[in-house]
Design a binder for this molecule. Structure first.
Ligand code: SOE
Length: 389
Protein backbone atom coordinates (compact mmCIF):
# COMPACT_ATOMS: atom_id res chain seq x y z
CA UNK A 1 0.00 0.00 0.00
CA UNK A 2 1.26 3.49 -0.90
CA UNK A 3 2.45 5.41 2.13
CA UNK A 4 0.23 8.35 3.06
CA UNK A 5 1.70 11.83 2.64
CA UNK A 6 2.63 13.29 6.01
CA UNK A 7 2.35 16.86 7.27
CA UNK A 8 4.53 18.03 10.13
CA UNK A 9 2.82 20.00 12.89
CA UNK A 10 4.34 22.39 15.40
CA UNK A 11 2.14 23.55 18.25
CA UNK A 12 2.95 26.80 20.06
CA UNK A 13 1.39 26.94 23.53
CA UNK A 14 1.38 24.16 26.08
CA UNK A 15 -1.41 24.77 28.56
CA UNK A 16 -5.14 23.90 28.50
CA UNK A 17 -5.64 24.41 24.76
CA UNK A 18 -2.27 22.80 24.07
CA UNK A 19 -3.56 19.67 25.78
CA UNK A 20 -6.82 19.59 23.80
CA UNK A 21 -4.98 20.19 20.53
CA UNK A 22 -2.34 17.54 21.27
CA UNK A 23 -5.09 15.02 21.93
CA UNK A 24 -6.76 15.92 18.65
CA UNK A 25 -3.60 15.77 16.53
CA UNK A 26 -2.89 12.40 18.07
CA UNK A 27 -6.33 10.91 17.45
CA UNK A 28 -7.42 12.44 14.16
CA UNK A 29 -5.58 10.01 11.88
CA UNK A 30 -6.86 7.04 13.84
CA UNK A 31 -10.55 7.90 13.59
CA UNK A 32 -10.77 9.72 10.25
CA UNK A 33 -9.72 8.67 6.75
CA UNK A 34 -7.56 11.62 5.85
CA UNK A 35 -5.63 12.45 2.69
CA UNK A 36 -2.59 13.23 4.87
CA UNK A 37 -1.24 11.98 8.18
CA UNK A 38 -0.21 14.64 10.74
CA UNK A 39 3.10 14.11 12.47
CA UNK A 40 3.43 15.76 15.89
CA UNK A 41 6.92 17.20 15.42
CA UNK A 42 7.42 19.85 18.06
CA UNK A 43 5.58 21.42 20.95
CA UNK A 44 6.71 24.85 22.01
CA UNK A 45 6.09 26.21 25.52
CA UNK A 46 6.99 29.39 27.37
CA UNK A 47 8.30 27.84 30.58
CA UNK A 48 10.77 24.93 30.89
CA UNK A 49 8.42 23.09 33.30
CA UNK A 50 5.67 22.99 30.66
CA UNK A 51 7.85 21.03 28.27
CA UNK A 52 7.70 17.86 30.38
CA UNK A 53 4.22 17.24 28.95
CA UNK A 54 5.54 17.19 25.38
CA UNK A 55 6.46 13.48 25.09
CA UNK A 56 3.43 12.45 27.19
CA UNK A 57 1.12 14.37 24.85
CA UNK A 58 2.75 12.73 21.81
CA UNK A 59 5.27 15.32 20.57
CA UNK A 60 8.61 14.18 19.15
CA UNK A 61 10.46 17.29 20.33
CA UNK A 62 9.95 20.32 22.56
CA UNK A 63 11.27 23.86 22.35
CA UNK A 64 11.16 27.20 24.16
CA UNK A 65 11.88 29.20 21.01
CA UNK A 66 8.73 29.72 18.93
CA UNK A 67 10.48 31.92 16.37
CA UNK A 68 12.98 29.20 15.53
CA UNK A 69 10.18 26.61 15.34
CA UNK A 70 8.02 28.74 13.05
CA UNK A 71 10.93 29.10 10.64
CA UNK A 72 11.91 25.44 10.54
CA UNK A 73 11.77 24.20 6.93
CA UNK A 74 10.44 20.78 7.95
CA UNK A 75 7.25 22.21 9.55
CA UNK A 76 4.05 22.42 7.47
CA UNK A 77 1.41 23.52 10.00
CA UNK A 78 1.77 25.98 12.87
CA UNK A 79 -0.92 25.56 15.52
CA UNK A 80 -1.21 28.57 17.84
CA UNK A 81 -2.75 27.96 21.26
CA UNK A 82 -0.99 30.57 23.37
CA UNK A 83 -2.69 33.32 25.38
CA UNK A 84 -4.50 35.66 22.97
CA UNK A 85 -1.96 38.52 22.86
CA UNK A 86 0.61 36.19 21.29
CA UNK A 87 -1.66 35.03 18.46
CA UNK A 88 -0.80 37.90 16.05
CA UNK A 89 3.02 37.76 16.12
CA UNK A 90 3.10 33.96 15.89
CA UNK A 91 0.38 33.56 13.24
CA UNK A 92 1.82 36.37 11.10
CA UNK A 93 5.35 34.94 11.33
CA UNK A 94 3.96 31.50 10.45
CA UNK A 95 2.16 32.86 7.38
CA UNK A 96 5.29 34.73 6.29
CA UNK A 97 7.21 31.47 6.57
CA UNK A 98 4.63 29.86 4.26
CA UNK A 99 3.08 27.59 6.89
CA UNK A 100 -0.59 26.61 7.07
CA UNK A 101 -1.95 28.28 10.20
CA UNK A 102 -4.34 27.10 12.90
CA UNK A 103 -5.09 29.61 15.67
CA UNK A 104 -7.25 29.48 18.77
CA UNK A 105 -10.09 31.95 19.27
CA UNK A 106 -10.56 34.84 19.68
CA UNK A 107 -8.22 35.54 16.78
CA UNK A 108 -6.67 38.61 18.44
CA UNK A 109 -7.15 41.25 21.12
CA UNK A 110 -8.22 43.94 18.64
CA UNK A 111 -9.76 44.29 15.17
CA UNK A 112 -6.55 45.90 13.93
CA UNK A 113 -4.49 42.86 14.88
CA UNK A 114 -7.12 40.42 13.61
CA UNK A 115 -7.17 42.22 10.23
CA UNK A 116 -3.37 42.10 10.04
CA UNK A 117 -3.48 38.34 10.67
CA UNK A 118 -6.08 37.86 7.95
CA UNK A 119 -4.05 39.98 5.53
CA UNK A 120 -0.92 37.94 6.30
CA UNK A 121 -2.50 34.54 5.58
CA UNK A 122 -4.16 35.89 2.42
CA UNK A 123 -0.89 37.36 1.17
CA UNK A 124 0.94 34.12 1.84
CA UNK A 125 -1.82 32.07 0.19
CA UNK A 126 -1.85 29.57 3.06
CA UNK A 127 -4.79 27.76 4.66
CA UNK A 128 -6.05 29.31 7.89
CA UNK A 129 -8.42 28.04 10.54
CA UNK A 130 -9.63 29.66 13.76
CA UNK A 131 -10.68 27.33 16.57
CA UNK A 132 -14.42 27.73 16.86
CA UNK A 133 -14.65 24.14 17.99
CA UNK A 134 -18.34 24.04 18.94
CA UNK A 135 -19.32 24.16 15.26
CA UNK A 136 -18.09 20.57 15.15
CA UNK A 137 -20.50 19.01 17.63
CA UNK A 138 -22.53 16.43 15.66
CA UNK A 139 -25.76 17.99 16.98
CA UNK A 140 -24.70 21.48 15.88
CA UNK A 141 -23.86 20.18 12.39
CA UNK A 142 -27.26 18.47 12.20
CA UNK A 143 -28.99 21.68 13.31
CA UNK A 144 -27.09 23.56 10.58
CA UNK A 145 -28.33 21.09 7.95
CA UNK A 146 -31.89 21.39 9.25
CA UNK A 147 -31.78 25.17 9.02
CA UNK A 148 -30.23 25.10 5.54
CA UNK A 149 -32.96 22.71 4.35
CA UNK A 150 -35.61 25.07 5.74
CA UNK A 151 -36.83 22.58 8.32
CA UNK A 152 -37.17 25.25 10.99
CA UNK A 153 -38.80 27.66 8.54
CA UNK A 154 -38.35 31.36 9.01
CA UNK A 155 -36.04 32.00 11.97
CA UNK A 156 -37.55 34.40 14.51
CA UNK A 157 -35.14 34.00 17.41
CA UNK A 158 -31.55 32.93 18.01
CA UNK A 159 -30.91 32.83 21.74
CA UNK A 160 -27.52 31.91 23.16
CA UNK A 161 -26.10 31.86 26.65
CA UNK A 162 -22.55 30.78 27.38
CA UNK A 163 -22.33 30.61 31.14
CA UNK A 164 -19.44 29.53 33.36
CA UNK A 165 -18.66 29.96 37.06
CA UNK A 166 -14.92 29.40 37.43
CA UNK A 167 -14.16 32.92 38.74
CA UNK A 168 -17.27 33.49 40.81
CA UNK A 169 -15.19 33.10 44.00
CA UNK A 170 -13.70 36.56 44.73
CA UNK A 171 -10.67 34.74 46.11
CA UNK A 172 -9.92 33.12 42.73
CA UNK A 173 -6.63 34.79 41.78
CA UNK A 174 -5.66 36.92 38.82
CA UNK A 175 -4.98 34.96 35.60
CA UNK A 176 -4.08 36.11 32.08
CA UNK A 177 -7.70 35.72 30.98
CA UNK A 178 -8.53 38.67 33.28
CA UNK A 179 -5.95 41.16 31.95
CA UNK A 180 -6.85 43.22 28.90
CA UNK A 181 -3.31 43.39 27.56
CA UNK A 182 -3.14 39.59 27.49
CA UNK A 183 -6.68 38.66 26.55
CA UNK A 184 -8.38 41.63 24.82
CA UNK A 185 -11.71 41.26 26.60
CA UNK A 186 -13.11 38.96 29.28
CA UNK A 187 -16.20 36.76 29.00
CA UNK A 188 -17.06 38.61 25.79
CA UNK A 189 -14.02 37.49 23.78
CA UNK A 190 -13.44 34.18 25.53
CA UNK A 191 -16.92 32.67 25.39
CA UNK A 192 -19.12 35.35 23.76
CA UNK A 193 -16.91 34.75 20.70
CA UNK A 194 -18.08 31.12 20.56
CA UNK A 195 -21.80 31.96 20.60
CA UNK A 196 -21.29 34.84 18.17
CA UNK A 197 -19.61 32.41 15.79
CA UNK A 198 -22.40 29.84 16.28
CA UNK A 199 -24.91 32.54 15.36
CA UNK A 200 -22.94 33.42 12.23
CA UNK A 201 -22.61 29.74 11.32
CA UNK A 202 -26.23 28.81 11.92
CA UNK A 203 -28.42 31.82 11.18
CA UNK A 204 -26.30 34.52 9.53
CA UNK A 205 -24.10 37.56 10.03
CA UNK A 206 -24.84 40.06 12.78
CA UNK A 207 -25.35 43.59 11.43
CA UNK A 208 -25.78 45.63 14.63
CA UNK A 209 -25.73 45.16 18.39
CA UNK A 210 -26.65 46.82 21.63
CA UNK A 211 -24.91 45.53 24.71
CA UNK A 212 -23.85 45.94 28.29
CA UNK A 213 -20.82 44.59 30.12
CA UNK A 214 -19.95 44.32 33.82
CA UNK A 215 -16.93 43.60 35.95
CA UNK A 216 -18.30 42.32 39.26
CA UNK A 217 -14.98 41.66 41.05
CA UNK A 218 -12.62 44.51 40.30
CA UNK A 219 -9.47 43.32 42.08
CA UNK A 220 -7.91 39.91 42.53
CA UNK A 221 -4.86 38.64 44.35
CA UNK A 222 -1.80 37.93 42.25
CA UNK A 223 -1.39 34.23 41.48
CA UNK A 224 1.75 32.18 41.86
CA UNK A 225 0.89 30.04 38.89
CA UNK A 226 -1.55 30.73 36.11
CA UNK A 227 -2.77 28.63 33.21
CA UNK A 228 -5.47 31.13 32.36
CA UNK A 229 -8.30 29.01 33.72
CA UNK A 230 -6.71 27.41 36.75
CA UNK A 231 -4.33 29.09 39.15
CA UNK A 232 -2.75 28.68 42.54
CA UNK A 233 -1.48 31.23 45.00
CA UNK A 234 -1.48 32.55 48.50
CA UNK A 235 -4.82 32.95 50.21
CA UNK A 236 -6.13 36.49 50.47
CA UNK A 237 -4.80 38.45 53.40
CA UNK A 238 -3.11 41.76 54.25
CA UNK A 239 0.25 40.75 52.79
CA UNK A 240 -1.22 39.61 49.50
CA UNK A 241 -0.68 41.88 46.51
CA UNK A 242 -3.77 42.69 44.48
CA UNK A 243 -4.18 43.44 40.79
CA UNK A 244 -6.97 45.14 38.86
CA UNK A 245 -9.33 43.17 36.67
CA UNK A 246 -9.66 45.33 33.56
CA UNK A 247 -11.94 43.11 31.45
CA UNK A 248 -15.60 42.18 31.67
CA UNK A 249 -16.85 39.34 33.87
CA UNK A 250 -20.10 39.26 31.88
CA UNK A 251 -21.46 40.67 28.63
CA UNK A 252 -25.02 40.63 27.30
CA UNK A 253 -26.09 41.83 23.88
CA UNK A 254 -29.01 41.95 21.50
CA UNK A 255 -28.36 41.68 17.79
CA UNK A 256 -29.99 42.02 14.42
CA UNK A 257 -29.10 39.56 11.67
CA UNK A 258 -28.22 41.08 8.29
CA UNK A 259 -31.12 41.25 5.81
CA UNK A 260 -33.53 39.39 8.10
CA UNK A 261 -35.92 40.24 10.93
CA UNK A 262 -34.34 37.62 13.22
CA UNK A 263 -33.79 38.82 16.77
CA UNK A 264 -30.73 37.39 18.49
CA UNK A 265 -29.81 37.57 22.17
CA UNK A 266 -26.51 36.66 23.79
CA UNK A 267 -25.28 36.24 27.34
CA UNK A 268 -21.63 35.48 28.10
CA UNK A 269 -20.82 35.23 31.78
CA UNK A 270 -18.38 33.67 34.20
CA UNK A 271 -20.69 34.48 37.09
CA UNK A 272 -23.43 31.87 36.82
CA UNK A 273 -22.88 29.51 39.80
CA UNK A 274 -23.56 25.92 38.84
CA UNK A 275 -23.13 26.59 35.14
CA UNK A 276 -19.75 24.94 34.59
CA UNK A 277 -19.47 25.26 30.84
CA UNK A 278 -23.06 25.80 29.78
CA UNK A 279 -22.83 26.83 26.15
CA UNK A 280 -26.43 26.80 25.02
CA UNK A 281 -28.33 27.80 21.92
CA UNK A 282 -32.05 27.97 21.21
CA UNK A 283 -33.42 28.65 17.74
CA UNK A 284 -37.11 29.31 17.18
CA UNK A 285 -38.55 29.25 13.64
CA UNK A 286 -41.94 29.27 11.95
CA UNK A 287 -41.87 25.47 11.50
CA UNK A 288 -40.19 24.44 14.72
CA UNK A 289 -37.46 24.92 17.27
CA UNK A 290 -34.17 23.39 18.35
CA UNK A 291 -32.29 23.55 21.65
CA UNK A 292 -28.72 22.40 22.36
CA UNK A 293 -26.21 22.81 25.15
CA UNK A 294 -22.62 21.71 25.41
CA UNK A 295 -22.93 20.10 28.86
CA UNK A 296 -25.33 17.61 27.27
CA UNK A 297 -23.74 17.79 23.84
CA UNK A 298 -24.71 14.35 22.54
CA UNK A 299 -28.36 15.38 22.45
CA UNK A 300 -30.49 18.15 21.05
CA UNK A 301 -34.16 18.92 21.39
CA UNK A 302 -36.43 19.42 18.40
CA UNK A 303 -40.01 20.67 18.36
CA UNK A 304 -41.78 20.12 15.03
CA UNK A 305 -44.95 22.17 14.58
CA UNK A 306 -46.28 19.72 12.01
CA UNK A 307 -46.32 16.77 14.42
CA UNK A 308 -49.92 15.69 15.15
CA UNK A 309 -51.41 17.76 17.98
CA UNK A 310 -51.52 14.86 20.41
CA UNK A 311 -47.80 14.22 19.91
CA UNK A 312 -46.52 17.76 20.00
CA UNK A 313 -43.60 18.34 22.29
CA UNK A 314 -39.82 18.51 22.28
CA UNK A 315 -38.10 15.31 21.10
CA UNK A 316 -34.74 14.56 22.67
CA UNK A 317 -32.58 13.37 19.80
CA UNK A 318 -29.45 11.28 20.31
CA UNK A 319 -26.88 12.75 17.91
CA UNK A 320 -24.68 9.63 18.16
CA UNK A 321 -26.80 7.80 15.59
CA UNK A 322 -24.95 7.16 12.30
CA UNK A 323 -27.26 9.64 10.56
CA UNK A 324 -25.44 12.49 12.31
CA UNK A 325 -22.15 13.98 11.10
CA UNK A 326 -18.99 12.34 12.51
CA UNK A 327 -21.01 9.73 14.43
CA UNK A 328 -19.75 6.78 12.39
CA UNK A 329 -16.15 7.81 13.02
CA UNK A 330 -16.59 6.92 16.68
CA UNK A 331 -18.60 4.31 18.50
CA UNK A 332 -21.87 2.42 17.97
CA UNK A 333 -25.04 4.47 18.50
CA UNK A 334 -25.55 5.60 22.05
CA UNK A 335 -21.87 5.44 22.98
CA UNK A 336 -21.34 9.08 23.65
CA UNK A 337 -18.49 11.45 22.80
CA UNK A 338 -17.22 14.56 24.62
CA UNK A 339 -15.63 18.02 24.51
CA UNK A 340 -12.29 16.75 23.23
CA UNK A 341 -13.87 15.14 20.18
CA UNK A 342 -14.89 18.53 18.80
CA UNK A 343 -11.21 19.38 18.27
CA UNK A 344 -10.65 16.06 16.49
CA UNK A 345 -13.54 16.85 14.11
CA UNK A 346 -12.20 20.36 13.56
CA UNK A 347 -8.71 19.09 12.67
CA UNK A 348 -10.19 16.36 10.43
CA UNK A 349 -11.99 19.05 8.44
CA UNK A 350 -8.83 21.14 8.20
CA UNK A 351 -6.59 18.28 7.12
CA UNK A 352 -9.17 17.09 4.56
CA UNK A 353 -9.11 20.51 2.91
CA UNK A 354 -5.32 20.89 2.70
CA UNK A 355 -4.15 21.10 -0.89
CA UNK A 356 -7.72 21.69 -2.13
CA UNK A 357 -9.92 24.75 -2.56
CA UNK A 358 -12.45 23.36 -0.04
CA UNK A 359 -13.06 25.10 3.28
CA UNK A 360 -15.31 23.25 5.73
CA UNK A 361 -14.16 24.92 8.94
CA UNK A 362 -14.03 28.44 10.38
CA UNK A 363 -11.38 30.60 8.79
CA UNK A 364 -9.63 33.82 9.80
CA UNK A 365 -12.34 35.59 7.73
CA UNK A 366 -14.97 34.12 10.07
CA UNK A 367 -12.83 35.09 13.06
CA UNK A 368 -12.56 38.69 11.81
CA UNK A 369 -16.34 38.80 11.38
CA UNK A 370 -16.67 37.61 14.96
CA UNK A 371 -14.12 40.16 16.17
CA UNK A 372 -16.13 42.96 14.53
CA UNK A 373 -19.11 41.97 16.65
CA UNK A 374 -17.02 41.88 19.82
CA UNK A 375 -15.75 45.39 19.12
CA UNK A 376 -19.26 46.62 18.38
CA UNK A 377 -20.50 45.23 21.73
CA UNK A 378 -17.72 47.11 23.53
CA UNK A 379 -18.54 50.28 21.61
CA UNK A 380 -22.24 49.95 22.37
CA UNK A 381 -21.49 49.43 26.07
CA UNK A 382 -19.44 52.63 26.15
CA UNK A 383 -21.84 54.77 24.12
CA UNK A 384 -25.06 53.16 25.48
CA UNK A 385 -26.31 53.02 21.88
CA UNK A 386 -26.78 50.46 19.09
CA UNK A 387 -23.51 49.92 17.21
CA UNK A 388 -23.16 48.84 13.58
CA UNK A 389 -20.90 45.88 12.94
C1 SOE B 1 -12.34 29.21 29.28
O1 SOE B 1 -13.37 30.07 29.49
C2 SOE B 1 -12.58 28.28 28.10
O2 SOE B 1 -11.55 27.36 28.12
C3 SOE B 1 -12.56 28.97 26.76
O3 SOE B 1 -11.36 29.66 26.54
C4 SOE B 1 -12.81 27.94 25.68
O4 SOE B 1 -12.80 28.52 24.42
C5 SOE B 1 -14.11 27.24 25.96
O5 SOE B 1 -14.33 26.23 25.02
C6 SOE B 1 -14.14 26.64 27.31
O6 SOE B 1 -13.81 27.61 28.27
Amino acid sequence: MAKKKTVNVAMIGAQFMGKTHSNAWRKVGMFFDLPVQPVMKVMCGKFPEELANGPKWGWEETSLDWEAVVNRPDIDIIDVCTPNFLHPPIAIAAAKAGKQVVCEKPLANTMKEASAMLAAVKKAGVKHMCGFSYRFAPAVQTIKRMIDKGELGHIYHFRAAYQQDWIVDPDFPMVWRLKKKHTGSGALGDIGAHITDLCHFLVGPISEVVGSMRTFIKERRIAESDTGITASGKKAGKAVKMDTVDVDDAAVYLAHIKDTDTLATFEATRFAPGRRNYNSIEIYGSKGSVLWNQEDMNFFHYFNRSDPGTLQGFRRIHATDGAHPYATNWWPTGHIIGYEHLFVHEFAEFLSCLGTKKVTYSTFDDAVNCQKVLEAVEKSTLTRKWAKV
